[in-house]
Design a protein around this ligand. Structure first.
Ligand code: FAD
Ligand code: 8R5
Length: 453
């Protein structure tokens, strides 16, 4: 199929939609973005709550290409590592990387979305707010029907093709699936989350260490806290949906308070509006979305959460979605005359990577919430550190490959598996690192792991 005019229609102007709009407008496409919500620059965002996100190298790369990294980074808070808060009240910082060049950044989602919308408009993209996609039909191109939730009106738009950036509950996905089943599978995690807030101290002071991602690991559940530029922290409690304790058994602020007094003793006093936060904020659901296909020949394509929503435990949902946007903008720019091929090629390149980060995100929940690791795990971790130091270009911790590099997620997963097998083999039956033959280990590393550039 040929497009005479390079016009692009996006559904959803969230994080991925707004970045993609910028990248495509910069490449000379005429971009229309239809967004369900009102313009966040007029209404304020997130109902006044400050919700933050961790930005890592993959997401930062997308922002750099959009020319936005300087503006956005001025508002970001550096997180050097994981601050682990044990039950007895003591805390330790475990650095994520080698030094301050390997860190992650906490950002306000609302501010980031506004910066992205501004950048897209500057590049020439056109936003249509208060346009909720209701249905889409596919014939010669696609006909999109929108509802304005503010005044009840409906609107129709015809386009050669539509790009779905409308998030985990994508309406475009539902419409595509009606036309041709996409093989959708949603796997619930069985755990939910609730947000709470540690306010800033007077004079913008931080109540706990500012430059860290805080974790209170408690076995089957945990709390985390990410810093906001204003001095507050957004706390998230992750807890099973059923069983004891769970969101089914802990339903009132009083029950939650008793639970925190027992399990998060040092955290509770930092949350002055605990009862109101717990009663007022909803329980969020956590699930992984798998699809057999992301596109309908050359007429519709899904990306970001609409194609591959994942659990949050690697902090990579947005980062992965930004990689999608970059990959698609480059593909469309080079192959705008054969959309069916372009969409299939996008899916071919991105789906193995989306599947790899989905798996790694699930695995990182266990890693984060298990504070009392067993002896075997501790020995392997110590050995891993030693090998990373001896072979900095070959043996790279999987967390680092995911967070500080842009190597394909599938490759990070595969190299991680080789490294893990190596550690298990070398540490098997050993109880101290001194018992392990490091010269033999060096030979195995050189044999099994090619050097990275
Ligand atoms: P969204 O950002 O959800 O945007 C979808 C957009 O489409 C929205 O603007 C929505 O209003 C609009 N829309 C929806 N339906 C329609 C419709 N029918 N018609 C028109 N418009 C529609 N990722 C990270 O990388 N790091 C983190 O630390 C991190 N933390 C997170 C914390 C929380 C609380 C949550 C919920 C997620 C977090 N994520 C994080 C994941 C990240 O938010 C998502 O992966 C990312 O926002 C996906 O971008 P998206 O544009 O695909 O979807
Ligand atoms: N998402 C994150 C990490 C990894 C931290 C580590 C984990 C909250 C709903 Cl749970 C989580 C990480 O391994 O030490 N980096 O960034 C962000 C996370 O959760 C976000 C804030 C979240 C969805 C609620």
């Amino acid at each position: 199929m040929t497009v005479s005019q390079p016009r692009v229609t996006l559904v959803g102007g969230g994080l991925v939609g707004a970045l993609l709009a910028t990248l495509l407008a910069q490449r000379g496409f005429a971009v229309d973005v239809f967004e369900r919500r009102p313009d966040p620059r007029h209404t304020g965002y997130a109902g006044g709550r400050s919700i933050n996100l961790a930005l890592a190298e993959r997401g930062l790369h997308g922002l750099r290409l959009a020319g936005l990294s300087d503006d956005v980074m001025r508002l970001a808070v550096m997180m050097r590592g994981r601050m682990v808060h044990h039950r007895d009240g003591h805390a330790e910082l475990l650095r994520y990387g080698r030094d301050d060049s390997e860190v992650i950044w906490s950002l306000s989602r609302g501010r980031l979305n506004i910066a992205l919308i501004d950048a897209a408009e500057r590049a020439g993209a056109h936003f249509h707010f208060d346009r909720r996609l209701e249905s889409a039909t596919f014939g010669d191109g696609v006909t999109l029907r929108f509802h304005d939730d503010a005044n009840g009106s409906t609107h129709e738009h015809h386009a050669a093709f539509a790009l779905g950036c409308d998030g985990a509950g994508s309406a475009l996905r539902a419409a595509m699936d009606r036309a041709t089943p996409l093989g959708e599978r949603i796997e619930a995690l069985g755990h939910g989350y609730k947000e709470l807030e540690i306010p800033a101290l007077p004079e913008k002071g931080f109540a706990i260490e500012r430059n860290a991602l805080h974790i209170w690991p408690r076995g089957n559940y945990m709390c985390i806290a990410l810093p906001n530029a204003e001095g507050s922290f957004t706390v998230t409690l992750f807890l099973p949906s059923q069983g004891d304790p769970s969101f089914e058994t802990i339903t009132t602020p009083a029950a939650a308070r008793a639970f925190f007094e027992r399990d998060f003793t040092d955290l509770l006093p930092l949350i002055p509006d605990f009862d109101a936060d717990f009663a007022g904020n909803p329980v969020g659901v956590l699930a992984t979305l798998y699809l057999d296909r992301w596109h309908l020949d050359g007429r519709a394509l899904l990306l970001g959460d609409a194609a591959h929503a994942i659990v949050p435990f690697h902090g990579q949902g947005m980062n992965c979605g930004f990689e999608d946007a970059v990959e698609l903008a480059e593909l469309l720019d080079a192959h705008r005359d054969d959309l069916a091929w372009t969409f299939a090629e996008f899916e071919r390149r991105r789906r193995p990577n989306a599947e790899a980060i989905a798996k790694m995100a699930l695995e990182n929940y266990v890693e984060m919430r298990d504070s009392v690791a067993d002896a075997g795990f501790l020995l392997r971790r110590e050995l891993g550190r030693a090998l990373a130091e001896r072979h900095p270009y070959r043996f790279v911790p999987r967390y680092s490959m995911v967070t500080f590099s842009r190597m394909p997620y599938a490759q990070a997963f595969a190299r991680g598996a080789v490294q893990d097998a190596l550690l298990r083999e070398l540490a098997d039956g050993k109880s101290r690192i001194g018992e392990i033959d490091l010269v033999h280990a060096d030979a195995l590393v050189r044999e099994r792991l090619t050097p990275l550039a």
